[in-house]
Ligand binder design. Structure first.
Ligand code: SIN
Length: 499
């Protein structure tokens, strides 16, 4: 799209879908696409217009979905092998890639992510499916030398059962596949509550999963505007595991609710990532890293750099280079080809960035670039912003902005910056740039986070464990550990053998 008319924006885009049957607004329960008694609106962030109406599930729908998934799950595990589950996953991945442009268009419309980023996310989402298709065939147990004569001890991995999956709007495709691909590979069934802001991508992926041959009752999707109803996933005894990506507050609440039935819980929660530039860094590389991990997805990822700490001797040069790049970003609707920075997801997100900027300015920060929201009624935009003279008493030091705001703090010594970086209840990601190998090893060890990027702002990949420490949650997604979250280890002791 080279230009756009807000009143036709998504109608034009949707009319160009190669397969319009991928745009689904129904719930998927007990293997059937269903209407419910209620609907909710999905708002298109580039234009603030209604993209469509989606069915809203109540508690009974969640209960039906959970019961249906529970009935189907043990048969699914018994009647398949790791190889057949892997083959299904491969087929699903290839169907998603065949429909990449359509899925990316739907994703970009409902989330506001640039179409190029949306296509990148579809590929990223698919990489988890391909990864776990291979892992499905390698879900090994072990043989353990027994301390009792004539006895053999082995272990097998078994699926945990029905998994409740609650995902965020910032990665409408990848956060679904990063959770449900390992669940399917392990032999689990899933009941998904997709994000209210971006349910369409999940529903399209579900259709393709069924087209690829997954037994339909193994995947159930309950979109809803009713938060109480979705809590059924955390309390229903038939649900054996809950996986959630989102805010720390909601994560804590879900963990408390899940305690009564002792569910397994994985939580990927908020971050407050430090991004440290030492004076021996390659500054161009550091700027490139900051541009990627601050402004990707308009600053709306859990692993976005939230606090940029730059050593005093290079702070001015780094800031100038960063401002030069940020000033080239072109804010606009996500499907327009010249846009390089899309909108935020909603009005509340814009207000939060504004609040962080206002607070910083009131306490002495200076605007180096951007600093203003877009006009109301024309999309949820905020200019990509760089602030200098930022200090530790400002909200940006403590709270995740989740928007296109790069606050630059200065520091003098390594000890000082480590103390500042770790002075937060969060511990998801941390980044630093340095050419000193000893410093690199030392600082990586001292940062209290689950994921460290050294001389790079890109740390997410299917093969790399994703997850945090402290109040950023627990559990690891992707990687060789990802399936552990969806399996139990069962030991089998065979005694009194005649061998
Ligand atoms: C997230 O923001 O939760 C996910 C980011 C990523 O996978 O890179």
């Amino acid at each position: 799209m080279g230009s756009y008319d807000p009143s036709h924006y998504h109608r034009d885009a949707l009319s160009k879908l190669s397969d319009s049957s991928l745009l689904i607004g129904d719930a998927f329960i007990d293997g059937v696409w269903q209407k419910t008694d209620n609907t909710f609106e999905v708002i298109e962030p580039s234009t603030e217009t209604v993209l469509g109406q989606v069915q809203s599930c109540d508690t009974q729908h969640f209960q039906n979905a959970i019961q249906s998934a529970n009935k189907a799950q043990s048969e699914y595990f018994k009647s398949t092998t790791g190889h057949t589950r892997g083959a299904f996953l491969k087929k699903w991945a290839s169907l998603i890639l065949e429909n990449k442009r359509d899925i990316a268009t739907i994703l970009s419309l409902e989330n506001g992510k640039l179409i190029s980023e949306a296509e990148g996310e579809v590929v990223y989402a698919t990489s988890f499916i391909s990864w776990f298709a291979e892992e499905a065939t390698r879900c090994y147990g072990v043989t353990i030398p027994s301390s009792t004569p004539n006895t053999q001890v082995t272990t097998v991995k078994e699926p945990v059962g029905v998994c409740g999956i609650i995902t965020p709007w910032n990665f409408p495709a990848a956060m679904i596949t990063r959770k449900i691909a390992p669940a399917f590979a392990a032999g689990c069934a899933v009941v998904i509550k997709p994000p209210r802001e971006t349910p369409y991508t999940c529903l399209a992926l579900t259709k393709l999963a069924v087209d690829a041959g997954i037994p339909p009752k193994i995947i159930q999707v309950c979109p809803t505007k009713n938060r109480e109803a979705s809590l059924e996933l955390a309390t229903n005894p038939l649900v054996k595991k809950i996986s959630f990506t989102g805010s720390t507050g909601v994560g804590k609440m879900l963990a408390k609710l899940a305690t009564d039935t002792l569910k397994r819980v994985s939580l990927e929660l908020g971050g407050n990532a430090p991004f440290i530039v030492f004076e021996d860094a390659n500054l161009d590389l550091a700027v490139e890293g900051a541009m990627f991990c601050k402004f990707r997805c308009s600053g709306q990822t859990c692993v976005c750099a939230n606090r940029l700490y730059v050593q005093r001797s290079v702070a001015e040069e780094f800031t100038q280079k960063l401002v030069a790049k940020v000033s080239q970003l072109k804010t606009g609707p996500s499907l327009v080809s010249t846009t390089t920075q899309g909108p935020l997801v909603n009005k509340a997100a814009v207000n939060k960035v504004q609040e962080h900027v206002d607070d910083a300015l009131a306490k002495g920060a200076k605007i180096e670039a951007g600093g203003k929201p877009g006009a109301p009624g024309q999309g949820y935009f905020f200019q990509p912003t760089v602030l200098s003279s930022v200090t530790n008493d400002m909200i940006v030091a403590k709270d995740e902005t989740f928007g296109p705001l790069a606050p630059v703090f200065t520091f003098d010594t390594e000890d000082e910056v480590i103390q500042l970086a770790n002075d937060t209840e969060f511990g998801l990601a941390g980044y630093f740039f340095s050419r000193d190998i000893n410093r690199a090893m030392r600082v990586a060890a001292r940062l209290q986070v689950g994921m460290v990027g050294v001389n790079t702002g890109k740390i997410s990949a299917a093969e790399t464990p994703f997850g945090g420490v402290k109040e950023s949650g627990y559990g690891r997604e992707g990687s060789l550990y990802g399936m552990d979250e969806y399996t139990y280890t069962k030991s089998v002791t065979v005694g009194n053998l005649d061998i």
